[in-house]
Write a protein that binds this ligand. Structure first.
Ligand code: GDD
Ligand code: MG
Length: 367
């Protein structure tokens, strides 16, 4: 038996307003809640039991995944009364684990789309007799401060842990914590149980100080944290386009639209352009002449005639008026954006808000 813990208690603030109704890991990515992809990968690697560490909107997870039998997994759920942080959340599920003290437990951040070889990670952990093994990946210098930096020595042992460093002198490596760990079970039991703990800011540095063996495994397979709208749409498109495989992607109803995933009941007029890895949700409607590229169109959403939607997320039941242009935008569930608007670069329309025709434009230099 291989057990895993899934950390899914975050509020997903960077994805608001989509996360007002739905916790981040349950937002639909390539047609199914994001976690479906992570669960399918864990199962394929031999994980058979997963404990969800929940805090924010816990009911949504259990309603969808239940006891896990429909997914070939045994699932259990533990909810924090107050968010306990990443380390506190891990400790909080300890009494539900069945793994023996010296055996490995996998732990996943709940927002990572990754092709990492989990079997090889656990094997390295066992072979090197590590206390904790971390999957590390390398990212571009300008992105480093958004992650936990993890320098290692020539043998792969972790030498420091710097979470979200703000000072230039703390940028000591381009290796980051990729949000997937193997813990010796007894290490989990050693985390304080009575207060919030950050695994990144407290547990890892504390273990290093105490002389524990933390192994870093650098693996440059596909990797993306879907915590921002930009990463979210790109991750979804990557799944649809096959840049990363997932057994959880549902079948498309439109074999002729090779670069898109069109879910059952979606209604597309004959002359629409839908591609770039877009997903069109169940019962969504795309009207004549509209163009949808690299975007996620939610269940029952309406894209009116001639609208252009690029790299954007349109929430469930939202509507986008005729001739409107969206580029890098988030439209909340049930919002109604009128005709001939132009929204770009990170704009967000809150759930159920109504924006009139021609209310927002960008082209200031037209005259
Ligand atoms: N149960 C529970 N309780 N879960 C939590 C809590 C909590 O209090 N706080 C955060 N989580 C969960 C989130 O739901 C998410 O799945 C995971 O822990 C990580 O939280 P994020 O908010 O996504 O963290 P991050 O992306 O800024 O940084 C983390 O991931 C990076 C890789 O993407 C850190 O682990 C970094 O070190 C790492 O580089
Ligand atoms: Mg994250």
């Amino acid at each position: 038996m291989v057990e895993a813990i899934l950390l899914v208690g975050g509020k997903g603030t960077r994805l608001r307003p989509l996360t007002v109704n739905t916790p981040k890991p349950m937002l639909e990515v390539a047609g199914v809640p994001f976690l479906s992809h992570q669960l399918a990968r864990a199962k394929a690697a031999g994980v058979d039991r997963i404990v969800f560490a929940t805090a924010y909107r816990p009911d949504v997870f259990e309603e969808y995944f239940g006891d896990g039998s429909a997914f070939g997994l045994e699932l259990d759920y533990v909810t924090e009364t107050e968010p306990m942080g990443t380390g506190g959340a891990i400790r909080n599920v300890a009494d539900r684990l069945r793994t023996a003290p010296d055996e490995p437990v996998l732990i996943f951040n709940g927002d990572i789309l990754s092709g990492v070889d989990l079997v090889a990670l656990v094997e390295a952990h066992r072979a090197r007799q590590a206390d904790v093994t971390l999957h590390l990946t390398c990212v571009a210098r300008e992105k480093l401060s958004a992650f936990g930096l993890v320098p290692t020595d020539a043998d792969g042992w972790v030498t420091a842990f710097r979470e979200k460093p703000q000072r230039a002198e703390d940028i000591v490596t381009d290796q980051i914590n990729a949000g997937c760990y193997v813990f010796r079970r007894s290490i989990i039991d050693g985390i304080p149980a009575d207060r919030p703990v950050s695994v990144e800011r407290e547990t890892f540095p504390g273990l290093l100080e105490a002389g524990a063996n933390l192994l870093g495994v650098v693996e440059q397979s596909y990797w993306r944290d879907l915590g921002t709208p930009e990463a979210f749409v790109h991750g979804s498109a990557d799944l649809v386009l096959g840049a990363i495989e997932s057994a959880a992607i549902p079948a498309t109803t439109r074999a002729d639209l090779a670069d898109a995933l069109v879910l059952p009941g979606a209604d597309l007029d004959i002359d629409v352009k839908v591609g770039g890895g877009s997903t069109v949700g169940a019962r969504a409607r795309i009207a004549s002449g509209a163009e949808v590229t690299g975007s996620v169109i939610g269940e029952g959403a309406h894209i009116e005639a001639g609208a252009v939607v690029r790299d954007s997320i349109v929430g469930r039941g939202a509507s986008v008026g005729a001739g409107t242009v969206l580029d890098g935008v988030v439209i909340g569930d049930g919002a109604r954006v009128g005709a001939r608007n132009e929204l770009r670069g990170g704009a967000r329309v809150w759930c159920d808000v109504v924006l009139g025709d021609g209310a927002v434009r960008f082209s200031a230099d037209e005259s």
